[in-house]
Design a protein around this ligand. Sequence first.
Ligand code: HEC
Length: 100
Amino acid sequence: MYTLGLAVLLACGGGSGSETGDTTTRQPMPDGETVYGLRCASCHGEDARGTGAGPTLEVALDRDDAVLVALILEGWGGMPPVVIPEADALAAIAYARSLF
Ligand code: HEC
C-alpha cells in the first residue's frame, strides 16, 4: 500500500505548471518526426522520397517555410489540405529537410 501511494504521489507531483523556472515545462513542443510520420509519411514516404501517393519532397523543401506551410494547410494540386497547427507543419518541414 505504501509503495503504491508513493508512486501515485510521484506521478502527480510537480505538475502544477508554476513559474519555478524548472526546465521540465509542460509546453507541448511539436515533434517533427512524429508529425511527419503521422501526417505526411503515408503519401511522401518515411524517408520523404515519395510513394505512389505523393512525390519526393527533395526539391520542394527548398521553398520558403511560409510557402510550404500554406501548401500543407491549404492543399496543393493533388495534395489534400493537412489541417494541423502551423507549428506542427514547421516541425514536419524541418524534420523532412533533415532527411536529405
Ligand atoms: C493524402 C496524401 C498526402 C499527404 C497526407 C501529404 N501529401 Fe504532400 N503531396 C501529395 C501529393 C499527391 C502532392 C503532389 C501535388 C501536385 O503536385 O499536384 C504533394 C505535394 C507536396 C509538396 C510539394 C511537392 C512539389 O514538388 O511541389 C510538399 C512540400 C508536400 N506535399 C509536403 C507535405 C507535408 C510536409 C505533408 C505532411 C504535413 C504532406 N505533404 C502530406 C500528397 C500528400
